[in-house]
Design a protein around this ligand. Structure first.
Ligand code: FES
Length: 134
């Protein structure tokens, strides 16, 4: 059954390490899931899943954040245990940000300098009626 949570961390399963050529995404997913499961507050809000490619291929491994009504992020160069700690720290921060928006200086550790994209939340407006458009 699909695990529906408010936020998602997407990890690229296609990125290859520049030195070894190995795909690190699956190991990163496993470590992230264990770290998040250890904190019931963020575990209730985040699912961690794999994505085949997020178009950040030159900066392996890429990790994305998105949530309902929140800004989305794409980070690159996520490889080490310390990176996992930074990702988990950002998950805690992201959960508290109503619109998900924050500056690079406010992000933890390596996430300050490894942001490839920050995309504002989608704002839907009601379509204008034909009468109102006249
Ligand atoms: S292969 Fe990972 S972002 Fe393209």
């Amino acid at each position: 059954m699909f695990d529906q949570k408010a936020c998602r961390i997407a990890v690229c399963t296609s990125c290859k390490d520049k030195q070894s050529g190995e795909r690190q995404g699956y190991a990163l997913i496993e470590t992230l899931r264990a770290s998040i499961a250890a904190d019931p507050q963020i575990d209730a809000q985040f699912q961690v899943s794999g994505v085949a490619c997020m178009a950040g291929c030159d900066r392996p491994c890429t990790v994305g954040f998105h949530g309902q009504g929140k800004a989305s992020y794409l980070f690159g160069d996520m490889t080490s245990e310390q990176d996992v700690a930074d990702i988990v720290a950002f998950a805690k921060q992201y959960a508290t940000l109503q619109d998900g928006w924050c500056s690079s200086v406010d992000r933890p550790g390596k996430l300050r300098k490894s942001t490839l994209a920050r995309i504002p939340a989608t704002l839907f407006s009601h379509p204008m009626s034909a009468e109102a458009a006249e």
